[in-house]
Ligand binder design. Structure first.
Ligand code: AMP
Length: 287
């Protein structure tokens, strides 16, 4: 059964009748693609029931970002979920307005420091406050057993894990792999803003990350520094790259001799469209 809720109160009443069931939560902004669907499938495998939220959260968009034009495609999203033919129950919570999530006079912000200052946090001030605030609200509304996030938003899933630990929330956070197009481009609702020509240009994001990953996998981190600097410096001069960094995947800080897993993260602007991607690799210092 797939059941749609547009009112948070009605959802909460229904949820209260579901004691003793394990609940998987998949928070999304809708316009579902295979990346989202992989989270929904995993949740359905692991839980009695899955809650998919579809909410374009105004708090996580900056004033000059794409909140207004972000694709809202609820009918199509429901159909996509239906095509998964999942036997277990799926509840879709697609609030009819922002006031459902943030009632009048709502004035609380959940703000995590330490993981939110660099990368997307630097280029999108306030973005992660918006993310943690909405995710905390969604956790309170749905009381999930496990919540599913994509590795595609690498910094985001770390921030959510940190919030969960810091606030002692009981929900378990699970991060699922990045689903890509055949070309290597990571699936994203924002890909549809791209013209055919821009889609070609967008491949540079994944190919650059793969190039760095190859250098780091085939050479030790120390030996690789010259080839790495070449790649990184070229990109720094290229205005389209908002960032391109290799960091410790546990804390998004500089790599140190104790780092064993690194993440290569990039944000590339193609025309008006901002795309992000990342790859996680094991790091070796010397051979
Ligand atoms: P969004 O609708 O963009 O907020 O994404 C909702 C969830 O889907 C987030 O946890 C994303 O990280 C995840 N997601 C988005 N794109 C992908 C992808 N290509 N592969 C895996 N997960 C994804």
């Amino acid at each position: 059964m797939i059941k749609l809720f547009t009112k948070v109160d009605e959802f909460i009443s229904f949820r209260e009748g579901l004691q003793n069931k394990s609940i998987g939560l998949v928070p999304t902004m809708g316009n579902l693609h295979e990346g989202h669907l992989s989270l929904i499938s995993e949740s359905s495998k692991e839980n009695d029931l899955t809650v998919v939220t579809i909410f374009v959260n105004p708090l996580q968009f900056g004033p000059n970002e794409d909140f207004e034009k972000y694709p809202r495609t609820l009918e199509q999203d429901i159909q996509r979920i239906e095509t998964l033919s999942i036997e277990k129950d799926i509840l879709i919570l697609a609030p009819s307005s922002s006031a459902e999530i943030y009632p009048e006079n709502f004035s609380t912000t959940i703000s995590i420091t330490g993981l939110t200052e660099n990368l997307c946090g630097a280029s999108r001030p306030g973005h992660f406050d918006g993310v943690t605030t909405v995710v905390y609200r969604l956790f309170k509304i749905s009381s999930p057993t496990i919540a599913y996030f994509g590795q595609k938003d690498f910094q985001q899933q770390l921030v959510i894990k940190k919030m969960t630990r810091d606030l002692g929330l009981t929900v378990q956070i699970k991060t699922m792999p990045i689903i890509r197009e055949e070309s290597g481009l990571a699936k994203s609702s924002r890909n549809q803003y791209l013209s055919n020509e821009e889609r070609e240009q967008a491949l540079e994001l994944n190919t650059t990350l793969t190039k760095i990953s190859d250098i780091l996998t085939n050479q030790s981190y120390l030996d690789a520094s010259i080839s790495l600097n070449e790649v990184l410096e070229n990109k720094i001069r290229d205005q389209r790259w908002e960032y391109l960094e290799i960091l410790d995947s546990d804390n998004l800080q500089e790599i140190t001799p104790t780092t064993d897993s690194a993440v290569i993260l990039g944000a590339l602007k193609i025309g008006e469209t901002r795309l992000i991607d990342n790859q996680v690799i094991k790091i070796q210092y010397a051979r």
